[in-house]
Design a protein around this ligand. Structure first.
Ligand SMILES: Nc1nc(O)c(N)c(N[C@@H]2O[C@H](COP(=O)(O)O)[C@@H](O)[C@H]2O)n1
Length: 150
């Protein structure tokens, strides 16, 4: 038996909807976030004016640039909570958009991989040596959606 593998990275490429940079807004506690990337990056600076600045960033790339400025007083427990924050953002994204939920479920049991040499934690590092945490969390969300639909 072969395992299907789905690579994704750029929002405009096939399966790009799986990227946090894909343009799907989220509503959290009556506040709108333009993309899951905006929400994820702002969560590093939760409840600060800088988080709001990130929420208002004109695009996800700019949100990521702002969020990666570690001179801005990122929350101290960030590396302990970032996976949980990412999972929450993904759950919001894939439950608030029915078309995305269907897309994720349509991947079946395929291995989902954020394929990029730019990221060895969330992605596969380009050569499979990365941890692919984003792909693994997407598969967890897929399983939760599957159970909820059954
Ligand atoms: N488009 C893009 N460019 C990069 O350089 C990246 N590392 C990623 N990966 C995404 O970046 C987010 C996490 O960023 P942090 O490095 O933790 O601030 C996350 O959405 C990854 O999927 N994407």
């Amino acid at each position: 038996m072969t395992l299907d593998v789905i690579h994704f990275y750029r929002p405009t490429d096939p399966w790009g909807e799986l990227s946090n940079f894909a343009p799907y807004p989220l509503l959290i506690d009556a506040v709108e976030w333009p993309t899951s990337e905006h929400l994820f990056q702002a969560s590093k600076f939760a409840d600060t004016p800088y988080a709001e600045e990130i929420r208002r960033a004109p695009n996800p790339m700019e949100a990521a640039r702002l969020g990666r400025d570690h001179t801005r007083g990122m929350r101290r427990d960030w590396y302990g909570v970032r996976d949980a924050v990412m999972k929450k953002a993904l759950l919001a994204k894939f439950t608030q958009h029915g078309d995305l939920r269907a897309l994720l479920l349509s991947t079946g049991d395929a291995l989902l991989v954020e394929h990029t040499k730019n990221d060895r934690y969330w992605g596969d590092g380009g050569d499979g040596s990365g941890r692919n945490r984003l792909g693994l969390l997407l598969m967890e969300v897929r399983e939760q959606l599957r159970v909820a639909a059954s």
